[in-house]
Design a protein around this ligand. Sequence first.
Ligand SMILES: [Zn+2]
Length: 452
Amino acid sequence: MAIKKYLTENIILPLSDLITGNSVYDSLQFLNQSQYWSRIDLDRYQNARLRNLINHAYTNVPFYHELFLDMGLKPEDIQSKNDLHKLPIVTKDMLKMNKVKNLSGKIAKKDLVYLSSSGSTGEPFQFYSTKEKESINKAAAIRAWYWMGYKLGDKYVKLSMNPRPSYIKKLQDYFNNSLYLSSNQLISEELQRIYKEILSYNPKFVRCYPVPLQFLSREIASISKTYRGNSLVAINTTGSTLQDSVRDEIEKVFGVKIYDSYSCEGGTIFAQCSCSKYYHPAEECAISEFIEDAVTLSDARRPRRHITTDLFNYASPFIRYDTQDYIVLGGEKRCDCGRPFINIEQIRGRDSDIIRTPSGKLLIVENFVAYFEWITEVDQIQVIQEEIDKVIIKLVVNVGFTKEIEKNIYTYWTNYIGNDVELIIELVEKLNLTPTGKLRTVIRNPKIRLND
Ligand SMILES: [Zn+2]
């Protein structure tokens, strides 16, 4: 095991970069240094990258070139972050409609990475990125793990709602010293199996979405009150909003701190610090703006809408992209960790509603978005449970959608949800938004109780 750990730290990361054409190792070295820059140096770095990005987008990306012309702007009008407000906010719909126009012809095919994201609203969205961008993203995620005490090679468990897709990932798991556990059902039997596997692996870290982890901790509480492993150092959650009450419940059972994290397309990771309750964004990778809107005024905590500019994606740039997520800013005083990053107190991202079937099967947002993410003929989804035995999947589809695809979706979800539920697929023109303009992916009628 010691040899494997040595390999992971010193050889595997550079070697895997060599094979894949990525630059995670170099990016990580950079981020480990830059996190202790002064705020002035960080601002200077962001502004220099921003000017480069703006020049590139104006010259090589038709979508942004036209946008600049429409606004009567030239690249030299954007000299720093303070000038960003001159540009319009770009929405997901705009980028989806201009997928071809928002692709730079200057990036070599071998450096392109095709991605799909469901974002905070579960709305499928495919776009291009680059190997450089994905490398620094990965490195920023590793750095965030360092903040919770992790060292490359430490044992961790990743608990997911989706099966491990490829052998390459499985091989990576082996060298990363990680165990991938998957379950698509949050039922007692499955949770007990997962708990046993975690105990026998005895990891230092666990990574999971908040909702499955909450159910796992309830199962553990019913078996042995608290988690019985003796190596656990911390838990990392991601994917949907972590409610304070859920955090408390999980921390009590596992006896360790949760480090929550958030990421979005066109942006960078926001990860919790060990020195405070705050999240810090990896500001070397993206510029975040937090703007006031109607929601800000309607809420005592004054949440701000998160607008992001990705400083590394030169394939399909995201400049002033509306994430549709809200955050609550933390205090302006520098965090005790000494890093120059801003403090974020709370993140309100993806909803975390749950569907419960008569047989007790529980389905969460991630179950649905993982399936629909790559179905390019579907633009938006919404799953509504009004009665315990009736689930409606509403779909906004595009021209490529066929009866055959609809049949496949119906068959898949009928098998998945079970025959104690009537499933209806409904094709709609548009979906209803919340009063704050947000699309909720999963909506359960509150009269259907989770625990009966
Ligand atoms: Zn800090």
